[in-house]
Design a protein around this ligand. Structure first.
Ligand code: HAM
Length: 429
């Protein structure tokens, strides 16, 4: 049997990693500017955490989770980060330690969806969760954080969609209204929707099936069911977004596929990428009841997560390859010995250095230096008998001799001045 990666799970090779690192660093920077600090939770959680928070009738819980039993525990590989973070928040009694907590995370999530471009079974999310502030100013600031981030990383076109789900009794009243609306046309709905109708008629609005979409066209709008406090919150959010000058579209059809949301809901979709129906780059919303449902206090919360693969697919490629600063080319046994030492000296000075240990002809080694996209090659050959090495600037195509004593310092200075000019490998990193 040919051994290959599991379908829908991808290798990210070192060449591509440059873009990932840059994106991750930009995300950390943006999150930290807003006062968020990183949290890391386990990849495995008790299955009950997800069924209770995400909801039993959601696609994620019904069809997509990687669940198994081990040592008597029913476990699931996390399909998203919100439930795990909330579990950790409750478990560590964060509400008693700080009035407001701002957490961010980066990492892989697992959902057994049908793989397509921009839809994978292992994918990476970057997300933020904020606990303890009922909003709506922080709701607006969160949407602004995302929109600022998308601009900073160069997403060429995107649209922010927002909606409100109301809270408390609103959902119940809306649920009843939807049930009354869909029941007479039950036969026209997809099988999934027919089965879920009584338990969760909101799912029909979120369905991808064409039949469900058509049936949903005349459905009652949630905004007509929200109570006064919800309406105040909603107005406050829109006002704050206007103050910040965030471009958004109110989208009454936005429901989102997870059951934990209350009030504010949002998605950011790419308007330029070729991701098709996978063009949702980011999704999130308020979930004011989850912490209490998981056994904690009454703590309001809001958060979002974005799909890293989708972001990378939406931004221009940019510089990809960052080779070493210095590539050492030993041409004689003495050159090899001196190369080992020089390599160590250069690295101690912060110069990214690779030694070509394969040997062979100068031409072969220089071609490997070019392939590695090195900035400088250092030739260690017969000239060592005169106490010198040859330094070759591979971009400027210039060569000069340097005394071996002190060569490391000179090379490090050159690399530094090129970094300052944004030309070297480190500059591209
Ligand atoms: P979600 O909408 O399920 O929300 O996922 C958020 C983002 O993750 C999506 O907009 C998409 O960019 C990416 N994503 C989801 N599934 C896949 C997949 N199979 N392949 C590639 N990318 C994918 C959540 O996960 C919530 N936890 C967001 C949240 C945080 N709500 C409150 N706090």
């Amino acid at each position: 049997m040919e051994l290959r990666a599991v379908r829908g799970m991808n290798d990210i090779l070192p060449d591509e990693m440059v873009r990932w690192h840059r994106l991750e660093a930009a995300f950390r920077h943006q999150a930290e500017l807003h006062g968020y600090a990183e949290v890391r939770t386990p990849l495995l959680e008790h299955t009950a955490l997800f069924t209770r928070s995400i909801g039993e009738t959601t696609d994620v819980v019904e069809k997509e989770m990687y669940s198994f039993e081990r040592h008597g525990d029913a476990l699931t590989v996390r399909p998203e980060g919100t439930a795990s973070a909330a579990r950790a928040y409750v478990e560590h009694q964060m509400h008693a330690k700080e009035p407001i907590s701002r957490w961010y995370y980066l990492g892989p999530m697992f959902r057994g969806e049908r793989p397509a471009k921009g839809r994978y079974r292992q994918f990476y999310q970057a997300g933020c969760e904020l606990y303890g502030d009922p909003g709506p100013l922080c709701d607006a600031e969160m949407i602004d954080l995302i929109s600022g981030f998308f601009k900073a990383i160069g997403i060429p076109g995107f649209k922010v969609h927002i909606n409100t789900l109301g809270s408390g009794g609103t959902r119940e009243r809306y649920r009843d209204a939807l049930l009354a609306y869909f029941t007479p046309m039950r036969d026209k709905l997809s099988e999934d929707s027919q089965r879920r109708l009584e338990k969760n008629p909101l799912r029909v609005l979120d369905s991808k099936s064409a039949a469900d979409r058509e049936a949903s066209l005349g459905a009652p709008a949630l905004i007509d069911f929200i109570d006064d406090a919800d309406r105040e919150h909603w107005k406050g959010l829109l006002g704050a977004l206007d103050t910040l000058g965030v471009d958004y579209a109110v989208d009454p059809t936005l429901v989102r596929g997870l059951d934990y949301y209350t009030r504010t809901l949002f998605e950011v979709r790419s308007t330029t990428s070729d991701l098709g129906s996978q063009n949702t780059l980011c999704g999130g919303g308020r979930y004011d009841t989850m912490i209490e449902q998981l056994g904690g206090q009454k703590v309001p919360a809001i958060g979002f997560a974005m799909g890293m693969e989708r972001l990378l697919a939406s931004i221009p490629e940019g510089a990809k390859k960052a080779g070493p600063d210095a590539y050492l080319v030993p041409l004689t046994p003495k050159g090899a010995e001196r190369g080992l030492i020089l390599g160590r000296e250069l690295r101690a000075l912060g110069v990214v250095t690779e030694l070509d240990g394969r040997g062979g002809k100068l031409k072969a080694m220089m071609s490997r230096a070019e392939k590695r996209a090195a900035r400088f090659a250092v030739l260690l050959g017969d000239e060592l008998d005169r106490g010198v090495v040859s330094l070759k600037d591979l971009a400027a195509r210039q060569q000069e001799e340097l005394a071996i004593e002190g060569a490391a310092r000179i090379i490090a200075d050159r690399v530094q001045s090129q970094r300052d000019a944004g030309l070297s490998a480190e500059g591209a990193r």
